[in-house]
Design a protein around this ligand. Sequence first.
Ligand code: 4AD
Ligand code: MG
Length: 463
Amino acid sequence: MYYLIKKVFEQKPVNETIIVKGWIKSLRQSKKFSFMVLNDGTTQKDLQIIVDATLPDYENICKLTMGSSVEVEGLLVAAQGKQPVEMQAKRVHVFCLNNEDYPLQKKETSLEYLREIAHLRSRTNTFSAVFRLRHVLAQATHEFFTNESFTYLHTPIITASDAEGAGEMFRLSTLPLDKLPKDEKGRIDFKQDYFGRETFLSVSGQLEAETFAVGGLGRVYTFGPTFRSENSNTARHLSEFWMVEPEAAFNTLEDNAALATGYVKHLIKKSIELCGDELEFLASRYSPDNLKTLEHVMNSPFETVTYTKAIEILQQEITKGQKFDYPVSWGMDLQTEHERFLAEQYFKRPTIVTDYPKAIKAFYMKQNDDGKTVRAMDVLVPGVGELIGGSQREDNYDKLVGRMNEMKMDVANYWWYTDLRKYGSVPHAGFGLGFERAVMYISGMQNIRDVIPFPRTPKNAEF
Ligand code: 4AD
Ligand code: MG
């Protein structure tokens, strides 16, 4: 009977003759027998197979190289090694024998090099671990929000509105680039474009999610790809990334922060429960204390601090000798170095910063009575910085439209969004979690390009 290697370790059919298939991780040879280490991608654990020299085509089996694909039939036996079972081969069938030009040789291959051969990197222990973990985080996301009575909503990828108002959108058009149609005033005539108007790839599903949360389903979440043309070539930015965006009617900022805390803790809990082997492997390679830290985070409260207080703390630390590249003053946006300092060194735990200056935040955030700040929250985590951005939303029609006018937005274009504040308007709040940043945080990987299958970044769309 054919077994996936994961099932071999789960079911341990000892003393049975079974079939396994996979790719060779290594082959250590001797005159009397060889040790073949096999994996099929379903588990972090490798199956050790003993191939006796008495097998008819032993000479050919000895020629098998790393990454070659085989089917092996053999007897599963109990073992004393790293794994509780191993196999004694009776028959080896070769699917494909790799030549010496196989780009993944046993020698240590850098993560940078592996990005250049992203079509092969899932064959390494590191990347198979990262992507099994990514799967578990996706599954845990659906589980958490389902348990919290949220409905999964698929929001559009093509949109005519800039949800964040930051102008970092990729244009979508079928107009001929070499012969753009013009209107009477000499401007590009988007009426002739595919959708009869300007359209873009979405930077967030929030605005559409809000329409379903307010008066419709009450609690919804989106989980989909989002696109930003911000020119940030950092280890934390992608041009295409996945975002999880819950939106809940009747939630205040405090409820929103509690929801975010519960969600992050659930992600950690499920990772430890279902991906212990993966986390241990990644920790041993890239961040030795990671597992201990995650367990600590799961079992302790997050810190909460207002933006104004956070600025005071940073300024105090500067007078005590702390150095930053960017100067710190009230009104500025926190830079990654500030965010990481607060979470990693000052509070030493995930930190929720609230009530940012309205000038640096999006138009839809609820305005505080001080006239200066909004009910925003960012969740900062050690190693990554901003993991989550969210807010309570402005639910007052006049205040929302007033702010949009102040920001010189085309209010008419958002008629359906402002309508929500006319009919059955309620306090509501939501947030967006950058899914790759969550994978980075929990895996301990340091570059966002290493936690998405095929990263899209400025000047890079290979594969
Ligand atoms: O803070 P942001 O821009 O918030 C929003 O988009 C809101 N609409 C969310 C909401 O309230 N529903 O983005 C949310 C998160 C960030 O905290 C960050 O983790 C991630 O998305 N993110 C990115 N991740 C990778 N690459 C980028 N270029 C990212 N930009 C934001
Ligand atoms: Mg943000």
